[in-house]
Design a protein around this ligand. Structure first.
Ligand SMILES: [Fe+2]
Length: 196
């Protein structure tokens, strides 16, 4: 077993211990964050991500679907200067951790009252720049966009629940002020040490 695989399995068993002891999802995710930070800051994990293939074309690598708690672990591998769309993750909590490269996370607020169907006005409220080891916790329905940097970037993503095929997520068209309901990225099952 590779070092990265061993670290990952240790992470999953640590998450199980946290989730078994804590029923509240927000608390579970807050307590999972330092475990996830430790994982994405590990040099063996960061080196492992060098060989992962691009996920351009709205794809995610899928490393783990949890049989007990239903959380999933994905990765996204962005090509340089990737423009991210503005979206939310519906009911899921998400930990987004960079393994390689730099990205910026834009946060938006909804400013209309939500009374018109498929209509939304959103406003940029902040941007944080992240590099390897940086982890963001994104709550349910938080509107945001991940923007690529000048080089390749790789993020590991921990989602509190699987949405793809189950729950629609939302994209926000800033120009036309419309909401686009959509399914999430295509899931590509992937294992550590798998050739690109
Ligand atoms: Fe996102």
């Amino acid at each position: 077993m590779s070092q990265a695989q061993a670290l990952f399995e240790r992470f999953i068993s640590d998450v199980h211990a946290v989730w078994a002891a804590e029923p509240d999802m927000g608390e579970r995710m807050a307590q999972t964050k330092p475990l996830f930070e430790k994982l994405v800051r590990d040099p063996a994990m960061q080196a492992e991500s060098d060989s992962w293939p691009s996920t351009e074309g709205h794809k995610n690598l899928l490393f783990h679907t949890d049989e007990t708690y239903g959380f999933i672990v994905n990765a996204v591998v962005r090509e340089p200067n990737r423009k991210g769309s503005v979206h939310d993750h519906s009911t899921a909590w998400v930990l987004y951790g960079l393994l390689a490269g730099h990205e910026s996370l834009e946060r938006y607020d909804r400013v209309d009252d939500g009374s018109k169907p498929d209509y939304a006005e959103v406003k940029l409220t902040g941007v944080t720049n992240g590099g390897p080891g940086n982890v963001d916790l994104v709550p349910p329905y938080a509107i945001h966009a991940e923007q690529g940097g000048t080089g390749r970037s790789v993020a590991l993503i921990f989602r509190s629940q699987r949405l793809v095929g189950k729950v629609m997520q939302h994209g926000y068209d800033l120009q036309n002020k419309t909401i686009i309901s959509r399914w999430g990225p295509t899931q590509i099952p992937y294992t550590f040490g798998q050739a690109a």
